[in-house]
Design a protein around this ligand. Structure first.
Ligand code: CA
Length: 229
């Protein structure tokens, strides 16, 4: 799955440049010209990172960053602010608004890609790793194999994706709708109880050596992957 980047910028020339550079670097890019468009894009497909221009018509990038960080659905989407101002005070205001990093125009495609990768690594330290292992449960995304203490576990593709998401985002509670969004993708309309069905299957597949205990139900909230208790 390619990493999805949403670029919010009203200047078409810069939109195109960045679109090209990020596309070349292997990212999937969505573009929005203002905050209203950006909201629509986020609703249809949740980006993995938002590249947000400061100077936008109507609502500024700074204000939008604040709104995104206050909303539970988007709070953990990393944001890189893009700006023409290089003042230290602006940088601090940008980071205060909840942005994860800050890049000043003009920037080179290489610098942009390096910053995006650095922010993504900080946001989900394990997401880029091919192999994740927790208490003897080992998931290898390159070979699509899961083993428990050396024994291969068999599961469907949805359970695999679900487990991969959990193992790379441990110790946090995700609601059913968040899981649908993150694992199934925002464009697919599935009922929330579908999540429960797949959780049940996943737990069954993990039961061989008791790893089903890692998938915890948090009453009234959702599910959490946790190696603790
Ligand atoms: Ca602009």
């Amino acid at each position: 799955m390619a990493v999805k980047i949403l670029f919010v910028e009203d200047e078409t020339a810069i939109q195109q440049l960045v679109d090209l550079a990020l596309g070349r670097a292997g990212f999937e890019v969505a573009l929005a010209g203002d905050v209203a468009q950006a909201r629509g894009r986020i609703a249809s497909q949740r980006p993995d990172l938002i590249l947000l221009d400061w100077m936008l018509p109507q609502v500024s990038g700074l204000e939008f960053a604040r709104q995104l960080k206050q909303d539970g659905e988007t709070r953990d989407v990393p944001i890189i602010m893009v700006t023409a101002c290089g003042e230290e005070a602006d940088k601090i205001r940008g980071l205060d608004s909840g942005a994860d990093d800050y890049i000043t125009k003009p920037f080179s495609p290489r610098e942009l890609v390096a910053r995006i990768n650095a922010v993504l690594r900080r946001a989900a330290p394990h997401a880029s790793e091919q192999v994740v292992e927790v208490q003897g449960l080992r998931l290898d995304s390159s070979s699509h194999r899961i083993t428990a203490v050396g024994d291969e576990l068999v599961m469907g593709p949805t359970e695999f994706r679900l487990l991969h998401f959990f193992m790379t985002h441990p110790e946090r509670v995700y609601s059913r709708s968040q899981l649908l969004d993150r694992v199934w993708g925002g464009e697919v309309y599935v009922e929330e109880r579908t999540v429960d069905v797949h959780i049940r299957r996943l737990r069954k597949a993990l039961g061989l050596h008791g790893h089903d205990r890692l998938i915890q139900t948090v009453r009234g909230a959702g599910y959490r992957f946790s190696a603790q208790g």
